[in-house]
Design a protein. Structure first.
Length: 420
């Protein structure tokens, strides 16, 4: 079995493009897991299995909307030849969030709480993407301390998302909740920190144009340092439990392969894109905020299957810990919001702007057009969950119905982003 991941391609491309200077590369990052022993060997399935002509009648099945993780707002229309998937069409549109039209009827500041509800696992990342778009529109500057706070809260959010995804993915495989409870144990510690900072555990509504709503409470940085210092031990524990587990390997190796050409053409971003070997991370490409000050690496996959997408989350959590350690070490004192910004009667000049970030699920962007009033003339969102879901049929075709559940789980969607 080949090594599941390799950083060499990312490193060479980074050096060739000037993305990272050679002396800045952190060679202490984990490159790959030890290859599993013989008893864990699994024969990979074909990346694009040939679908023979059906021997009998095709069966059309509606999967969902009874699935507990879709709660009535998503289903898959699957055409089966026996247990093999011939066609699969994701059906969504039942949530009726109407977020974008609401955004055009609400003030710029009034839209901030709505962004929390897009990806309710990642509200602080959503806040940042929207604030970034408005700041570009109005030409606002963000104080140094606020920039560090944004990085800290965004990377903590990445830890929440990725650890939860690993737990849910294993739950979809039938583990009856044990890995999910391990993940939620660590998630709760981070949510405790979010609650201490923002007053809410999930719908945080914390970022503001030009900075953050309030400064850090006393002792908050020490609370986060404790979480960050202990998190590598949790990742090690999860890897010992899962990464070489024969059931996980058998269910994920060669399953749901996403070719790099298709991933790029479909606009897939985030861990799903990098699992297919494409070196694209907006923290490196756009260097938004102050990410150019931190040393971290972009993990890449080899095969683009479910196992690589699982490993992306594991390795990205390790890189997030490194970013957090640097940000917690270097965070300065000072104001957390530009005092010149008047939020209540905020009126940006006429123009348009697009702000985007590397959210945990991929590129999250907000496109705004201002006509000089207190409300956006146009308000559009580029959500990673919606875009990444468009290649679901390509990844599932030729696999079994049981595989489709795992492939969907590895895509990592939240329906608030899909039906926005």
């Amino acid at each position: 079995m080949s090594k599941p991941l390799d950083f060499d391609a990312a490193e060479q491309l980074a050096m060739a493009t000037g993305d990272v200077e050679p002396e800045q590369l952190d060679h202490d990052a984990p490159v790959s897991l030890p290859p599993p022993g013989p008893r864990y060997e699994a024969v990979p399935r074909a990346a694009s299995p040939a679908i023979p002509e059906p021997e009998g009648e095709l069966l059309e099945v509606s999967v969902g909307p009874h699935h507990p993780s879709t709660h009535g707002v998503f289903r898959m229309n699957v055409v089966l030849d026996g247990e093999k998937i011939v066609q699969l069409k994701p059906v969504f549109g039942y949530l009726h969030r109407n977020h974008e039209k609401l955004g055009e009827q609400t003030t710029y500041l009034g839209n901030m709480p709505y962004t929390d509800r897009l990806d309710y696992f990642c509200s602080l990342s959503n806040n940042w993407a929207y604030a970034l778009a408005v700041e570009k529109l109005a030409g606002l500057k963000v104080p140094e301390r606020a920039e560090y706070i944004r990085v800290i809260t965004a990377e903590l959010t990445r830890l929440v998302n990725h650890s939860s995804l690993v737990g849910f993915l294993l739950h979809d495989m039938g583990t009856m909740g044990t890995p999910l409870m391990y993940a939620f144990r660590e998630r709760e510690k981070i949510l405790d920190a979010f609650e201490a900072l923002t007053g809410a555990r999930m719908m945080c509504n914390y970022h503001r144009f030009g900075g953050c709503r309030v400064d850090l409470p006393p002792g908050w940085l020490d609370q986060v340092r404790t979480i960050v210092d202990n998190f590598p031990r949790f990742i090690d524990e999860m890897e010992r439990l899962l990464s070489e587990n024969e059931v996980l390997i058998a269910r994920t190796h060669g399953v749901g392969v996403l070719p790099p050409e298709l991933a790029v053409n479909a606009g897939v971003t985030g861990p799903s894109l990098r699992a297919s070997g494409i070196n694209y991370d907006l923290r490196k490409v756009d260097r938004y905020g102050i990410y150019d000050r931190f040393q971290f690496r972009v993990p890449l996959g080899e095969k683009g299957d479910v196992y690589d997408r699982y490993m992306m989350r594991i390795l990205e959590m390790r890189e997030s810990v490194k970013i957090l350690q640097q940000a917690l070490r270097d965070i300065p004192e000072g104001p957390v919001i530009d005092p010149k910004v008047r939020l209540r009667n905020f009126t940006p000049p006429v123009g348009e702007a697009y702000g985007r970030i590397e959210a945990p699920k991929g590129e999250l962007g907000f496109y705004l057009i201002s006509d000089g009033s207190k409300k956006p003339y146009r308000y559009r969102i580029r959500p990673p969950s919606f875009i990444n879901l468009t290649v679901l049929e390509d990844m599932c075709r030729g696999h079994t119905l049981a595989d489709a559940v795992i492939i969907l789980g590895a895509v990592d969607i939240v329906l608030g982003e899909v039906d926005r």
